[in-house]
Design a protein around this ligand. Structure first.
Ligand SMILES: *Cc1c(COP(=O)(O)O)cnc(C)c1O
Length: 404
């Protein structure tokens, strides 16, 4: 007869304290997200309250009202989700796409394809419309697919972070899709509150966003808005989606009926409330102008140094700037060196030979821009690129002063 081995005590591992893991001087987060958070957001993120109390009910009411402003919608159907921007993407997909639903996924890069993957997993019949590198999707390309494939749902990213492409024809594309009876899902993770997006006026049925990019909140709590029309489809759906946590009808319990779905990410919701409050206080027009001024300043500064920007000028995304890495320079080395030497974090890319600097939320502040541009130019110079750091910094100064 064999006996189970006597359980022995499992000992605690030898680990370092968090203090000794974190850099002694904080890194300036200037990549494609997460971005720096304002002090008020950080403070709110340190608080825990009852997830179902009266205070939370008021917080949620205000948060939805502010989100309606930021999404530019009168639809009541604002929901939050405990999870990354991808969870909000998946929530939009699994509640609107059923087995056999025809879905057209406009792809300008990595995140466009993620939608296609998600739609396939819930049984959608998916067509991918792959757009030429560095270009925005055009109305003609989409029209062809709408007429030929007759999709019921269309997915598109307003800004494709991976390739730094801005889908500038989004308003026309969404309107055309709607005229074909199609439900339009827009990924605004990196663009929401950094540039105009008008959910109602552009006939969009679902907009999703994460916390850690345009909104300058923490990662892990995301937002979604459904149009009334989309909500009717959700209510009339043949069966509930397999993703229990992402079921919009269950999320309605917490977000609209002050009752229990799952324990909400209380601190993250408070942080998001503060981030949205800062957007409302600044106002969207002012915030868009700040983002535009800063991003253009950065772009002109980089060009004045002698480096080239990625994606065609007209389709260039302002919220994440892609910079071509000159031959002979390793982009991984660029990111590593600028972090080690200058305590500035920027992003590499998914395959393309570019590095990316974010211009979202708190990244768009003059002091962050000067530090980043100087660090970036110096790094490139140290690695052997032909750059004129001083010319770049002077151009940034000129741009920010508006003295052209
Ligand atoms: C970052 C990003 C996502 C994914 O967000 P996660 O929080 O990483 O899941 C999706 N779409 C776009 C356009 C993004 O920039």
């Amino acid at each position: 007869m064999t006996h189970a081995p006597t359980p022995t005590m499992i000992h605690p591992p030898k680990v370092d304290s968090l203090d000794s893991l974190l850099p002694s001087e904080p890194l300036l987060m200037m990549g494609a997200g997460p971005v720096p958070i304002p002090y008020r957001v950080a403070q709110a993120n340190s608080i825990v309250i009852n997830h179902l109390g009266e205070t939370m009910a008021r917080v949620i009411d205000q948060l939805k009202a502010m989100a309606r402003y930021v999404f530019q919608t009168e639809s009541p159907w604002i929901l939050g989700v405990a999870g990354p921007g991808s969870a909000a993407m998946e929530m939009s997909v699994c509640n609107l796409v059923h087995p056999g639903t025809r879905v057209l996924c406009v792809c300008n890069g990595y995140f466009g394809r993620r939608f296609a993957d998600m739609a396939q997993r819930v049984g959608g019949e998916v067509e991918v419309l792959t757009i030429a590198d560095g270009e925005a999707a055009t109305l003609e390309e989409v029209r062809d697919q709408l007429e030929r494939f007759r999709p019921e749902v269309l997915t598109i990213a307003q800004g494709e972070t991976s390739s730094t492409v801005f889908n500038r024809y989004l308003p026309e594309i969404a309107q055309l899709a709607r005229s074909h009876g199609c439900y339009v899902i827009v990924d605004a993770v990196c663009t929401l509150s950094t540039m105009p997006l008008k959910m109602d006026a552009w006939h969009i049925d679902a907009v999703i966003t994460g916390g850690q990019k345009g909104l300058s909140s923490i990662p892990g709590v995301s937002l979604i808005a459904f149009s009334n029309r989309a909500w009717e489809r959700i209510v009339a759906r043949p069966h509930a989606p397999p993703q229990w946590c992402l079921d919009a009808r269950l999320a309605e319990q917490f977000w609209h009926k002050a009752s229990y779905h799952y324990t909400a990410p209380v601190s993250g919701i408070l942080a998001l409330h503060e981030a949205l409050h800062l957007v409302c206080t600044e106002t969207l027009p002012e915030r868009f102008a700040r983002h535009l001024r800063c991003s253009i300043g950065l772009q002109r500064g980089i060009e004045a140094m002698g480096l080239r920007l990625y994606s065609t000028q007209a389709s260039r995304l302002n919220s994440v700037v892609g910079i071509e890495v000159p031959n002979g320079i390793d982009r991984v080395e660029v990111c590593k060196r600028i972090s080690d030497r200058y305590r500035v974090e920027i992003s590499g890319s998914f395959g393309l030979n570019i590095v990316r600097i974010g211009q979202m939320g708190e990244q768009c502040r003059a002091h962050n821009l000067f530090r980043t541009l100087h660090a970036f130019g110096s790094t490139m110079k140290e690695l052997g690129a032909q750059v004129d750091v001083a010319a770049g910094v002077a151009e940034l100064e000129r741009q920010l002063q508006g003295a052209l």
